[in-house]
Design a protein around this ligand. Structure first.
Ligand code: NAD
Length: 556
């Protein structure tokens, strides 16, 4: 019942323009963003409903997708649709300030929170992997990760290389949905990047989208191109086909002059990491038929991969884990030095989190790039003193290829996001923007995630695994008037290793949206400030004092 004849894989794309197919813009925004996540320009494997990050999905199956789309078109302004791991399970009467959609994805009870049990339940059709922004409908293509990656490499440059990557070579792997941002982030910092991927399509796609400059014919060719460009201090990104677990040890043994090493293969999911000795073309079948065997071999290969990363560190390179859990997997395979290099958050990002900064983003529901260009100008106008932000916005305007609905990302902090959101809402009201804007963020944010191998690695007070924070974050966004709120498990680093929340709030130009935006975009980054105050970070304490964030334990 309720299954349409079209319930099956087919290309989907968000509606454009100002015509509504739903009853209001809050619902229309959720509908367009759900479709946008699966737009073939945006999603890595849209036919399988997979958006990015291994198997991160937007809907459990096509029938659930159809039911969500159908429900969103009829949902009233005082109703809320409940989504359980990519399937709509209920519609309840709430009120106008309540979110129109509440989403819980991939959550499992602690002792059951492992890949094996998850896969068993997934096979039964009872759950799906929501990753971070896949199941919460605010993935905007590779740009989403681009600024964070750009900022991370800028921090590496500041720490070790006098503020620029010019004259350095970065070695990394993984040119997927997120990892594909690495080559452009390195060249935006004027460096040279060698990027290994075992999937020829991933390399072609990044070249097509202008994130990657060239493809090398072999590892030797890649090294030759890289050293030439480095010697001329010329930015260049080079893709090379291969298995990272083979290429990295090879380059290390050859004494390749690598300055920086990281990785963004899908190591968080051992069934998405190609083991040594397996052909890429056989990977999917082998993983499906012999998951336990595959997992074991993938982990052993990751151990070889991480061992080479540690070798590069021993040889003097700057090495960091880029949030894919590869150290944890290598350790499971018995490699004891896996955690010799740090994760990127404690190494470079935590000071930003203390200021409530994180990957703020918005999408133009009109589909018109002019709307994003207008919001770019608004950001430059609002924060004239922030030079690195201005540099990013200008570069993004010139170099970022939009995927799906035009969108923009930039890291903004406490006291900034609300200003931007309110300005966008005013621009919708005045007609300066041709249609409403969906304003959201990644779950990888300052106060929305507990992930001991990534966002909360090495917290000052040892509170890495405390997961009350993302739950409070989701609740506070519901209480503040977000348009949709999501609470997930396992994103980024895999099952059993993270709990995280997201929100999207729609600027539809109404005074009510303005009120909601003011609250959500203050309280949401406010969670980051209080989380870091609580953990004892001095900078967070200063920010709370300067910007008036109330923390009861600091009062009285
Ligand atoms: P993806 O699945 O789209 O891409 C992964 C890529 O790795 C694929 O192109 C695949 O061919 C390649 N690959 C797999 N095994 C390989 C091997 N042995 N050698 C060479 N290439 C191999 O995933 P994604 O969205 O790009 O995410 C990559 C990883 O980064 C995930 O683990 C994700 O959770 C993590 N991540 C990190 C951040 C962050 O901020 N640092 C953010 C999001 C995701």
């Amino acid at each position: 019942p309720g299954t349409s004849a079209t319930s099956g894989p087919r290309p989907v794309r968000a509606a454009r323009g100002t015509g509504l197919t739903a009853r209001g813009w809050q619902q229309e925004a959720a509908l367009r963003m759900l479709h946008n996540n699966l737009d073939p320009e945006v999603a890595e494997h849209p036919d399988k409903l997979v958006v990015y990050g291994g198997t991160g999905k937007a809907a459990r199956d096509w029938r659930s997708f159809d039911a969500m789309a159908r429900t969103l078109t009829t949902l009233k302004d005082d109703e809320t649709m409940l989504v359980q791991s990519g399937r709509p399970v209920g519609v309840m009467t709430t009120h106008e300030w309540a979110p129109r959609v509440l989403i819980a994805n991939s959550n499992l009870v602690g002792d059951w929170a492992n890949w094996e049990e998850f896969r068993r339940l997934e096979q039964l059709g009872l759950t799906m992997y929501g990753q971070m922004t896949a199941g919460s409908w605010i993935y905007i293509g590779t740009q989403g990760i681009l600024q964070g990656t750009y900022e991370t490499f800028a921090a590496v440059a500041a720490k070790r290389f006098g503020g620029t990557l010019a004259g350095t070579i970065t070695l990394t792997a993984g040119l997927g949905g997120m990892g594909g941002a690495q080559p452009l982030a390195v060249t935006m910092n004027d460096g040279v990047a060698i990027c290994v991927d075992c999937d020829p399509r991933a390399i072609s796609r990044r070249i097509e989208h202008r994130y990657l400059d060239v493809r090398a014919d072999s590892v030797e060719h890649a090294l030759q191109l890289a050293t030439e460009a480095r010697d001329q201090r010329r930015p260049l990104s080079i893709g090379v086909l291969g298995n990272a677990a083979e290429v990295l040890p090879e380059l290390l043994a050859a004494g390749a002059p690598i300055d920086i090493v990281t990785d963004q293969t899908s190591a968080h999911d051992p069934l998405a990491y190609l083991p040594l000795g397996v052909d890429f073309d056989d990977m999917a079948r082998y993983a499906a038929e012999k998951p336990a065997d595959f997992t074991q071999r993938a982990r052993e290969s990751m151990a070889r991969h991480v061992e080479a990363m540690v070798g590069f560190q021993d040889a003097g390179a700057e090495v960091f884990d880029y949030g894919n859990s590869i150290r944890g997997e290598a350790q499971l395979a018995g490699y004891t030095r896996a955690f010799d290099f740090p994760g990127f958050v404690p190494a470079y990002i935590r000071p930003l989190f203390c200021e409530g900064k994180g990957p703020f983003r918005w999408a133009a529901l009109s589909g018109d790039p002019k709307d994003i260009h207008a919001t770019d100008r608004a950001i430059l106008d609002l924060f004239p003193e922030n030079e690195s932000l201005a540099r990013w916005i200008r570069m993004a305007g010139e170099r970022v290829h939009f995927q799906g609905l035009p969108a923009r990302i930039c890291w903004l902090g406490y006291g900034e996001r609300d200003k931007a959101g309110e300005r966008f809402n005013d621009m919708v009201a005045s007609g300066e923007l041709s249609a409403p804007v969906a304003i959201g963020r990644d779950h990888l944010d300052c106060g929305s995630v507990a992930s001991p191998y990534r966002e909360t690695e090495a917290m000052l007070d040892g509170s890495d695994a405390i997961a009350d924070w993302p739950l409070l974050n989701a609740m506070v966004n519901v209480a503040s008037g977000a348009s949709w709120v999501s609470l997930h498990h396992g994103g980024g680093v895999g099952m059993g290793r993270s709990i995280h929340a997201g929100q999207v709030t729609v600027a539809d130009g109404t005074p009510l949206a303005g009120e909601k935006i003011r609250r959500v975009l203050t309280n949401d980054p406010g969670m980051g400030v209080i989380r870091h105050v609580d953990a004892g970070y001095e900078r967070a304490d200063e920010v709370a004092a300067e910007r008036g964030v109330r923390v009861p334990m600091r009062e009285g």
